[in-house]
Design a protein around this ligand. Structure first.
Ligand SMILES: Cc1ncc(COP(=O)(O)O)c(C=O)c1O
Length: 425
């Protein structure tokens, strides 16, 4: 019996389904990890995989990036948690504000879900309205307001509203189709009580979906015209698509922004930022409550300062390298699947990509859902057998990191070749 199977059999006696987050589970059992470094992750039996899950996007710089480890090690010798303000928190806030011109003030917290929960509460506190609009298939964390027709693990497990979630909450979440401006216009016209619109500017939780030309600028326009705060959930795209996230990439300024993942390079940290008049509503100065024991803890803050400084130092090479790798990766994938006459779509941008087994363009949740998920599972399994680790769901994406080399890419393409053959058979 493999090491991972043994560990899983023991774990599931104590941990529900043996995992601490649903997307980590796959049939018949997930591999258990022993260690990771650079572009690689090792399972309990010492098999090395090239990692394209990359902490679901957090590891833009790869595992154990030396600059991050060095900053965190220094901080470890000075303490791990103070629960008093530190100068480092101000330094980090300045760095975030410097990268995101739409952000005038920022509050640090721990997870992406905490950040989107606070962003929505701020929008409600600011407008004194109730309803929020989200897009079908976008994922913003595991809290009631946004766990409605969400992507990621909830889509993978077919949970459109979670048991235990309150109807009173989910009925105040209006869901519209991504890339569907008409649906959005209609929803805004019909509802006068809208506190905010939350969107993944580049959705990465229903596979990878690209905003159609003009969609995000029209979204900005219509929200402005109707005095509705626009929340860009840049938990994935912040620092990954550009140092200033998708808003820099598309030249659009939202009212509230959430960032996490690549901000901390694998350490637990997130942030909510926005205009002063909105951010100053946060307690204790204002009456929108948000709090956390671990918010702004010195370990995560040192990791985030180091992440931003490292990204800033290498940004001229980093983003062009990742884009070049992505172009090679996605073009090769597209070509091989086409040669094999497998109906497919490859969506890609910046350092993210995904293949879907369908002959129709994938532009939203419905078209993503219509792709053949069984074939995707076959692809995933054959890749894993060939020591390539991607996230185990059609509704996730392949994340590239700075640690990936040309040789990793070549090995990965060979494995995709075999995996696509298995899909065809
Ligand atoms: C776009 C987006 N927002 C929010 C979240 C929630 O972040 P967390 O899992 O840290 O709560 C995720 C998680 O994958 C995400 O992809």
């Amino acid at each position: 019996m493999s090491e991972s199977r043994k560990l899983f059999n023991t774990a599931k006696k104590m941990i529900p389904s043996g995992v601490n987050s649903p997307v980590r589970y796959f049939e018949p059992y997930p591999f258990f990890t022993k260690k990771a470094n650079g572009a690689y992750i090792w399972d309990a039996g010492n098999t090395r995989y090239i990692d394209f899950c990359n902490g679901y996007g957090a590891l833009l710089l790869g595992h154990r990036r030396k600059e991050i480890i060095s900053s965190v090690s220094k901080q470890l010798s000075k303490g791990t948690l103070y629960c008093t303000p530190t100068e480092s928190e101000t330094e980090l806030s300045k760095l975030i504000i410097g990268n995101f011109p739409s952000v005038e003030k920022v509050r640090l917290m721990n997870t992406g879900g905490e950040a989107t929960m606070t962003a929505i509460r701020l929008a409600r506190g600011f407008t004194k309205k109730k309803k929020i609009i989200k897009f079908e298939g976008c994922y913003h964390g595991a809290h009631d307001s946004v766990l409605v027709k969400a992507g990621s693990g909830s889509a993978h497990n077919g949970i459109s509203v979670s048991d235990g979630g309150l109807d009173e909450v989910s009925k105040n979440t209006l869901v519209v189709g991504y890339n569907d401006m008409e649906d959005l216009q209609k929803t805004i016209r019909k509802n006068k009580d809208i506190a905010g619109v939350i969107v993944e500017p580049i959705p990465a939780n229903m596979g990878l979906i690209l905003p159609e030309k003009g969609f995000l600028s029209d979204l900005r326009k219509i929200t402005k015209e109707n005095d509705i705060p626009l929340i860009f959930d840049e938990v994935v795209t912040g620092f990954r698509v550009a140092p200033g996230g998708a808003q820099e990439h598309f030249g659009i300024e939202p009212d509230i922004t959430t960032v996490a993942k690549a901000l901390g390079s694998g350490f637990t940290i997130s942030a909510v930022g926005g205009k002063k008049e909105i951010m100053d509503l946060l307690s204790p100065g204002g009456r929108v409550y948000q709090a956390s024991t671990f918010a702004g803890n010195p370990i995560s803050v040192s990791a985030a300062i180091s992440s931003i400084k490292t990204i800033d130092k290498i940004k001229n090479k980093l983003y062009s390298k990742l884009e070049r790798f992505n172009l090679l990766f996605s073009t090769a994938l597209d070509d091989v699947a086409a040669d094999m006459k497998i109906p497919h779509q490859v969506n890609s941008t910046a350092s993210m990509l995904q293949i879907f087994f369908t002959d129709k363009p994938v532009v939203d949740y419905q078209t993503s859902k219509n792709a053949n998920a069984e074939k995707f599972q076959k692809l995933f399994r054959t890749l894993l057998k060939n020591k390539i680790f991607i996230a185990p769901s059609q509704f996730e994406v392949v994340f590239l990191s700075d640690a990936h080399t040309q040789s990793d890419l070549n090995k990965t393409l060979d494995a995709y070749h075999l995996a696509l053959k298995s899909v065809k058979n």
